[in-house]
Design a protein around this ligand. Sequence first.
Ligand code: BEZ
Length: 395
Amino acid sequence: MSTRRIVLSRSAAIVGAAATGWLLPATAGAQSAKLRVGLMLPYTGTYAQLGVAVENGVRMAIDQQGGKLGGREIEWFKVDDESEPSKAVENASKLVQRDKVQVLIGTVHSGVQMGIQKVARETGVLSLIPNAGAHAATRALCAPNVFRTSFTNAQITLALGPAMVARGHKKAVWITWKYAAGEEAFEGFKQSYPAAGGSIIKELGLPFPNVEFQALLTEIAALQPDAVACFFAGGGAAKFIRDYAAAGLKDKIALYGSGFLTEGVLDAAGPAADGIITTMHYSDSLDTPRNKQFRMEYAKTFRSQPDVYAMQGYDTGLLLVHGANAVQGDMEAKPALYRALESAVIDSPRGRWTMSRAHNPVQDIYLRRVENMENKVIGVAAKAQADSGAGCRMG
Ligand code: BEZ
């Protein structure tokens, strides 16, 4: 076996539940100052719960690995990005320029991510994306110092079209919030649904984070499609599900979505969510020891059930521990740090995944159905799905 292969397989073996930092030599304490980690997440607004779940996941992963990064204690810095793109550059700059963070973890909202991406490209700070699916971050604007642990917006909906047609739903209306995440989710749907034999008869939208769905639901009823497909998330998703049922559509027109529609909202949505079918890179009900262990530990620690955002935060923590351990806490050893992050195999609650060349997860996409307030896996919609990474040139 070549040296490179030995290194890769050793690192692959340690990124997960069993990793305890054993690879660190005794010199690991040489980097004695605290490592400065910034969290830029939404803590207010419609995505507030998502931000909290991401932070919980990050902290839990790091705590499980001994609470240190490459042998160094951590100093945390936090900013509420409010899911507000117009403040994104200023907020990211506060963390990087003022607080001098060495790692910036954020964020949830694709529009805000573009501000972080600008700052990351200009300053070279290590940027870990724990949710936002904005395509450019791992396509045309990809960068050696930017790594995503979640998905691209189209990666999820590319798997949705064939699943709908296979159920006989060939005439659909698409509805979403009109911002990057919704528009890019539509890109994946527009590619996959007609290719499978479906036809999109109308595209509807409203500005983020508006939740006045009534007029659009009336329009859907008049259009009489076989199915509705959508992208909504957080508090707005719960309201969409309830309003859809209240408008009398639930038992008449099948509802599908990018899986965020039913993540972290099932308590708030109640029985109105039953029967919704979605595609997603995670499910609460994944019947693996890894997922069960993660869910039990999270519920014990935070007294709430984890969702996809918590899982992504958790994987972000695992990836960061892995990278920091590989360079013994010396985050300035950038080539070695990036090599470690690029070659990581994450033993995740979602199943094992790897980084694409553009630094986006290559991962399975599951088909799920809401049953008794749970996202139940009913199939694998796509195996080892990669984003195209179109236009990515690593500088
Ligand atoms: C986004 O803006 O990229 C996003 C937000 C919430 C869930 C999924 C994607």
